[in-house]
Design a protein around this ligand. Structure first.
Ligand code: AMP
Ligand code: GLY
Length: 421
């Protein structure tokens, strides 16, 4: 089969490497891909948000199946357009992708169907939001309704911080139209777990759980990033918790979307917080997480393409999805300064025989050489029988990669290791 993958980060590199293991896989085209992905797929410079360009490409190539991964093309309706041209896709249509595209939608869905989440109020004018903030307990959480590159949630420790967040989102529109509405949400505490699932709209099959490290600096300090590293499985996510999530969150969500006439097919991502009063949904994503995918897919023992085809055709079964019992760790090497200002254009020296997987996120190719071209440059991933070994392996691999201005966190997995003791 000839496959088309939309996207160009470390997540897409991991997906492409997993798809390539399938005996059914022939050509993979990737739009836009990146300099590292170009070693594993044919990349063309069509942006993931350029839906016309994507459709043009798909019509002029013999694409058998498309995998749409990033949030923005999904929310914009990329799957609807490709399927209208007769190209089957993995990924939700526009009506279903709203589960990530609008936090107001997903909050109302959870309220209506009794799915546990933080209590919240929604506002579409800044003055009433600010009046309400005067009555809140702190910390409190302010969230922009729409997509905001993972930066749309602000945990405010005081009225002043919350008011500033509301003004930035609703008045200055730092996230554009995404800030036209905001949610003001109860602050929850507890360990966070990411659970990626496959669902064909009826059956839902969770992948191995994982833990992201969103903050830029060691000790969970500094600004939120796209994710500085991950481990899988997440030791806080015990079998008992998993069963409770299936009963109270996963199955009800899939049923709710179907009931709303928004059947979700693809990878549904649950961002959960394990509070003292049980697991609650922090966010839904309509896609694979980045860098969660980089630790989850290396542990997948079954054929990813077969699973994706079954999701598309509505024939997914739990026994199609098998994971190894090993652990994995991904350490992100970023450009120093990320997520704020940073310099790029430095040559990346990769080891001849890497001990693990290197998924390239932000690099361009010139001849045979790779140069940094983004905030998150790559993920160094190791799998091993124990979490400790996986963490050590990922750091050893990261050490063997060199480029100027490289930055990494030193404590990926430390909290997870603490939980296993
Ligand atoms: P989100 O963009 O919704 O994934 O939120 C980003 C991060 O903000 C989450 O990973 C949490 O760490 C934090 N967060 C979001 N909502 C809440 C909440 N209600 N209580 C506490 N922390 C939250
Ligand atoms: N790592 C979090 C996300 O992909 O949204």
């Amino acid at each position: 089969m000839n496959l088309l993958v939309i996207g160009g980060g470390g997540r897409e590199h991991a997906i492409i490497k997993a798809l390539k293991k399938s005996p059914k896989c022939e050509t993979i085209w990737c739009l836009p891909g990146n300099g590292g992905i170009a070693r594993d797929a044919e990349c063309y410079p069509v942006k993931a948000t350029d839906l016309d360009g994507i459709v043009q490409f798909a019509k002029s190539h013999p694409v058998d199946f498309a995998v749409v991964t990033p949030d923005d093309p999904l929310v914009l309706g990329c799957v609807d357009l490709l399927e209208a041209c007769g190209i089957p896709c993995f990924g939700p249509d526009k009506r279903a992708a709203i589960i990530e595209g609008s936090k107001v939608f997903s909050k109302e869905l959870m309220m209506k169907y009794g799915i546990p989440t933080a209590a919240a109020r929604q506002f579409d004018d800044p003055m009433s939001a600010i009046e309400y903030l005067k009555t809140c307990d702190y910390p409190t959480v302010v969230k922009a309704d729409g997509l905001a590159l993972g930066k749309g949630a602000v945990v405010a420790n005081s009225f002043e911080e919350a008011e500033k967040a509301v003004r930035e989102m609703m008045v200055e529109r730092v996230f554009g139209a995404s800030g036209a509405r905001v949610l003001i949400e109860e602050f929850l505490t507890g360990p966070e777990v990411s659970v990626l699932t496959f669902t064909d709209g009826k059956t839902i099959v969770p992948m191995v759980s994982s833990m992201d490290h969103k903050r830029a600096l060691d000790g969970d300090e500094g600004p939120n990033t796209g994710g500085m590293g991950t481990v899988a499985p997440n030791p806080y996510y015990t079998e008992r918790v998993a069963a409770q999530c299936m009963r109270e969150i996963f199955l009800p969500t899939v049923a709710a979307m179907r009931q709303e006439g928004r059947t979700f097919k693809g990878c549904l991502y649950f961002g959960l917080m394990l509070t003292e009063r049980g697991p609650k949904v922090i966010e839904y994503n309509c896609r694979f997480g980045d860098p969660e995918t980089q630790v989850v897919l290396p542990l997948l023992e079954s054929d990813l393409l077969e699973i994706m085809l079954a999701v598309h055709s509505g024939s997914l079964t739990a026994d199609m999805v098998r994971f190894s019992s090993a652990s994995a760790c991904c350490v992100v090497l970023a450009s120093r300064g990320y997520p704020k200002r940073y310099e790029t254009g430095f040559e990346i020296a990769l080891p001849e025989e890497p001990q693990g997987e290197i998924y390239i996120a932000g690099a361009r190719k010139e001849g045979d050489a790779l140069y940094t071209a983004g905030g998150r440059v790559l993920g160094a991933v190791a799998t091993a029988p124990t979490l400790r070994q996986a963490i050590d392996g990922a750091y050893a691999l990261a050490e063997s990669i060199r480029f100027e201005n490289a930055y990494l966190r030193h404590d990926i997995g430390a909290r997870a290791l603490g939980a296993t003791k």
